[in-house]
Write a protein that binds this ligand. Structure first.
Ligand code: CMC
Length: 391
């Protein structure tokens, strides 16, 4: 490989220095800016976590209130952006619309594109955190043939998202606080995860100086895949396909023969357990209790699958444990969110992580364009042959 290290899949390469998130994969620990995820999930809320990820410290009471005010002030999207949706088929996948409409933000907010200016970067960060839930809800409403809901800023970030998703002009809509808290926790657990595929994509896109909205659109595109953010959607599809506990043994045989994967299991970094999955399972319990769905067959099936997998040598030898997405889909379903929106919810929550990494990178005076090398395995030098002479 000459002077370059060959490392497909980046199993042994650190692409950058970062102060944002630390994962201890062997111990199953995740920290945002030094704070354990368990403590943040229990005591903090998503917007406070956003502040922490972007600025590096927990806010004071005044900073917290100011941050919430500013984020909620930016929730509306340019009215012209709403027209964008009409170009899509109603049955377009919401992630397809997310990639397109988020990319289009750079055409609407040109006054925050001078990325060398910290003030511009700050406005772009606010705009993204504020507007992504609005766009996400619009994707759902368009898909369902429902009118868009304007944001209701006095509701708070997560309750407002549920309002934009589910309120109708015909009746009063009051989000259930237990469900708001559960969704807020899903957002918190997905807020950042160091140099995963989509975050690395955002950094790579941003390293060329591309504008932040375009970089986030690139991140959303990468997240869409079933090995990454698309896994939560794939888990629910898998549970549907398995259908009942009776079919689990046959399904497991297929996993071991490598005909299919057990979606929601395994992680590149966590080789002990995924701390997010533990919190997610507990949240799942709380939500199903609140809604009286404790006997929900999908949940029962998921628990059975987990139990069987955790005791199976195939999974034990390979250190495969449930990841965050094994249970998040069940919670989202209980909240009334359709499967096609699961990855959109992940994108919404991860936007703050992506933009924090982008900002950290741009703020570094030593930043270089990301430009990997390759191991060339193609043809050696040869001479051009005229078309008439080619066999
Ligand atoms: N089901 C069955 N076998 C698996 C699974 C699984 N979910 N995951 C890994 N393996 C096997 C894999 O076949 C390989 O076996 P062998 O050694 O016999 O070849 C071994 O375990 C090691 O796996 P790997 O593919 O080398 O591991 P990786 O680090 O490249 O992949 C992963 C990590 C998350 C892509 C993978 O575990 C996977 O595809 N899981 C299912 C999809 C999923 O749930 N993704 C969500 C990840 S968490 C949310 C996020 O961050 O996006």
């Amino acid at each position: 490989t000459g002077m370059f290290t060959f490392d497909p899949g980046f199993l042994a390469t650190s692409s950058c220095e970062s102060k944002i998130t630390f994962i201890d994969g062997d111990e199953g620990q995740l920290y945002y800016r030094g704070y354990p995820i368990e403590q943040l999930a229990e005591h903090s809320d998503y917007l406070e976590v956003c502040y922490l990820l972007v600025y590096g410290e927990l806010p004071t009471a005044t900073q917290k209130a100011e941050f919430e005010r500013t984020v909620m002030k930016h929730t509306m999207v340019h009215d012209q952006l709403t027209r964008f949706f009409n170009g899509f088929r109603r049955d377009a996948h919401p992630m397809a619309m997310m990639v397109g409409v988020t990319g289009a933000l750079s055409a609407f907010y040109q006054d925050s594109l001078d990325i060398a200016e910290p003030e511009h970067r700050k406005v772009a960060i606010y705009r993204l955190i504020s507007k992504i839930p609005t766009i996400a809800a619009m994707c759902y409403r368009y898909n369902q043939g429902l009118p868009f809901n304007y944001p209701k800023n006095d509701l708070g970030y997560t309750a407002n998202f549920l309002h934009m998703m589910f309120a109708t002009p015909c009746e009063e809509y009051t989000p259930n606080p237990v469900l708001v808290r559960a969704l807020d926790r899903i957002f918190t657990l997905h807020a950042d995860h160091e140099q995963n595929a989509s975050t690395s994509t955002v950094r790579l896109a941003g390293s060329s100086g591309a504008n932040p909205f375009a970089c986030i659109a690139a991140g959303i595109a990468c997240l869409w895949g079933p090995s990454h953010g698309g896994a939560n959607e794939a888990v629910l599809k898998m549970l549907d396909e398995i259908g009942s506990v009776d079919n689990v043994p046959a399904f497991m045989e297929g996993v071991k023969n490598k005909t299919h994967k057990l979606m929601g299991f395994g992680h590149r970094v966590y080789k002990n357990f995924d701390p997010r999955a533990k919190i997610m399972k507990q949240t799942c319990d709380e939500v199903l209790n609140e809604l009286g769905l404790r006997d929900d067959p999908q949940f029962q099936l998921a628990m059975k699958l987990e139990e069987i997998a955790l005791n199976d040598p195939y999974f034990i030898e390979r250190k495969l444990y449930p990841n965050v997405d094994f249970y998040s889909g069940i919670v989202l379903t209980a909240l009334g969110i359709p499967v096609s929106m699961f990855t959109v919810i992940f994108a919404l929550a991860r936007t703050v992580g992506w933009i924090s990494h982008w900002n950290e990178m741009i703020s570094d005076p030593g930043m270089k364009i990301g430009r990997p090398r390759q191991l060339y395995t193609g043809a050696a030098r040869r001479d051009y042959v005229q078309v008439a002479q080619r066999g």
